[in-house]
Design a protein around this ligand. Structure first.
Ligand code: BG6
Length: 583
């Protein structure tokens, strides 16, 4: 997944503004970045491209009122300046930025080569710039017609934006990968998500699949790509503030988002009580329930299957990228609950489309607004925790899991009444310092094992994932009961083991801790109670079935502390992206 930012309007410092927009979108991909502008007094483009993160970079591009920018997460072609976007045609009068994969790029590349076009990069995206040039110059189509036709000739889930220097116009198309248009006073912004648009305007149009826009003279006609028919440009107002999308004095978004959980968990349940009651009915009546997502969202799904089992409802939690293997078991009296922070993860969308094609009812629990998943869902439950910018997901996980807990049994709704007070009391700088202290002793670990039982087993998986994602230390989550069936062979003198527990699983998990300790393991206990088996203990709030919330928050802070302690970037870990919009 990549980040696209586009500006057209009255401001002359467009390159600087695009750079600022790309910086906000950098969590979508940070291998390389680039900008193309049409300088005020020129008829060809000025382009700047660089590998690596934007960081404190500035731009030397000339003044301009129109331009396009891109921050890349490499899929096709290595991380080089040449492969960075924007890509241009040979005479630099057309520039293109792209998010997605042009699945038939080899074939198009061969066709264009036969027509004499030369390629300078290894990317699938460069095909777009030359194809538009070919359609304009050889097939005498207008710029807009050429971009729309070009888009209709490519396969896959994509969003593209093309800039013409000669016409001072921009044309953008979307099918699959997200694109949002911001309508300001005498200026138009396009971006891969709303966080970069908020500084300019709150009035937005979420481009739907198969839609295209043509920006000229600050007008924004909307077209249906299949036949270029004009469509009505429906707009909506964004609720989030600029502050929401900023660090608010925290050194990193990840830490800010961890501390926002004081409020975001109970808020996610309270703002959705009505739909939770309604959907809970539907789920209870369903013949079969599936819960699915990717990465952290899959762990959230797994928690959901435990919650539903407690209410006597059999719900299968399946990683969305594995769902195909189960699709034959789904039918029109099934409910498919999709979990996604972004609502744009390609694997999750494919699983939803497959379930929908079999007649299943789709329930979607999402954080970001205006996503593809929101439009595919029969029932949409927005957890509304505000923008989650750090690639390592935290507040979305706890909010989405809390909604699943409430969905599994309506009487669970009142279990959130006092949660905000308890978390506000506990989640503070003392806890942070305590966890940072523990992290110091783990900073050089090669392996960390995390164990738990039932809900704490899933919390162990998620805590291990936070440590892996943010600090690159190999951490593995296990069901405590599985230890003696194999993995205990990995334990030796000094092996660090995080033991996650609650009252429900206390005895079983402490006996597993004893077994590991007898092989020399160093036990870090994360639980509402201390125990002699623990070498170190981090106290978490006693919240009954919701105790996993405090335990996972400690796992999140530990992942963060290890990341910072090892000089990593917790907001933009290597090789990861906030959501992966390609299969
Ligand atoms: C990965 C993110 O790309 O996608 C994870 O790095 C996330 O943090 C996963 O859990 C799924 O994303 P989403 O948006 O569908 O919840």
């Amino acid at each position: 997944m990549c980040g696209i930012f586009v500006y057209s309007g009255k401001r002359e410092d467009t390159a600087k503004n695009i750079l600022a927009g790309l910086k906000i979108l950098e969590y979508r991909g940070y291998d390389s970045w680039g900008i193309a502008v049409k300088p005020v007094d020129q008829t060809f483009l000025a382009v700047e491209k660089h590998i690596g993160k934007i960081g404190e970079a500035t731009t030397g591009l000339p003044t301009s009122t129109i331009g396009i920018g891109h921050t890349r997460w490499a899929t096709h072609g290595g991380v080089t300046d040449q492969n960075a976007h924007p890509h241009t045609n040979e005479d630099k009068t057309i520039a293109v930025v792209h998010n997605g994969i042009v699945e038939n790029h080899q074939e198009l590349r061969r066709m264009l080569r036969k027509k004499g076009y030369e390629f300078v990069s290894e990317t699938d995206s460069e095909v777009l710039a030359h194809l538009i040039d070919h359609l304009m110059n050889n097939e005498k189509k207008s710029f807009a017609e050429s971009v729309f036709s070009c888009f209709n000739m490519i396969n896959g889930s994509n969003a593209i934006v093309a800039l013409s220097a000669k016409l001072n116009e921009i044309v953008a198309c979307r099918n699959g990968s997200p694109l949002v248009a911001g309508i300001g006073d005498d200026e138009t912004i396009l971006a891969s998500d709303v966080t970069a648009i908020i500084p300019y305007t709150r009035k937005v149009h979420y481009l739907q699949d198969g839609e295209g826009v043509h920006i000229k003279n600050s007008k924004l006609p909307l077209h249906r790509l299949s036949d270029m028919l004009f469509l009505n440009l429906e707009t909506e107002m964004i609720e989030w503030s600029v502050e929401n999308a900023q660090k608010g004095g925290y050194p990193h978004y990840m830490l800010k988002e961890i501390f926002e959980q004081k409020k975001t968990i109970s808020q996610a349940v309270n703002i959705n009580r009505e739909i939770i009651e309604k959907v809970s009915e539907i789920v209870t009546k369903a013949k079969k329930v599936y819960i699915s997502g990717c990465g952290t969202a899959y762990h959230c799904s797994l928690l959901g299957s435990y919650f539903f089992a407690k209410s006597g409802i059999s719900a299968s939690a399946i990683p969305a990228n594995e769902f195909d293997a189960f699709s034959k078991t789904i039918s029109d009296n099934s409910v498919f609950i999709a979990i996604s922070q972004s609502g744009e993860t390609a694997d999750t969308l494919l699983a939803v489309k497959s379930a929908k094609s079999k007649g299943a009812k789709i329930v979607a629990i999402i954080n970001a607004r205006g996503s593809t998943l929101e439009r595919l869902a029969d029932y949409h439950i927005p957890v509304n925790t505000g923008p989650e910018i750090a690639v390592v997901s935290t507040k979305a996980f706890t909010a989405q899991s809390a909604v699943l807990f409430a969905l599994s049994n309506k009487s669970n709704l009142q279990k959130f009444d006092d949660l905000e007070n308890v978390l506000s009391e506990w989640l503070n700088i003392n806890l942070q310092e305590k966890v940072f202290g523990v992290a110091k002793s783990l900073i050089d670990s090669k392996n960390i094992f995390v164990i738990g039982k039932y809900l704490q087993f899933v919390t162990a998986l998620e805590s291990a994932l936070k440590v892996k994602e943010a600090s690159y230390i190999h951490a593995e989550g296990f069901a405590a009961g599985e230890l003696k069936h194999g993995v205990i062979s990995l334990v030796e003198k000094g092996t660090p083991v995080m033991v996650l527990a609650d009252e429900d699983t206390k005895n079983d998990v402490l006996s597993s801790a004893t077994e590991m300790k007898s092989r020399g393991a160093k036990i870090l206990g994360i639980a509402p109670f201390n125990a002699p088996e623990f070498d170190t203990h981090i106290q978490t709030p006693e919240l009954g079935e919701l105790t996993y919330l405090g335990n996972v928050i400690v796992g999140q802070i530990l992942g963060y502390a290890l990341s910072v302690g090892r000089g990593c970037d917790p907001d933009k870990p290597r090789n990861l992206a906030k959501s992966v919009t390609v299969k």
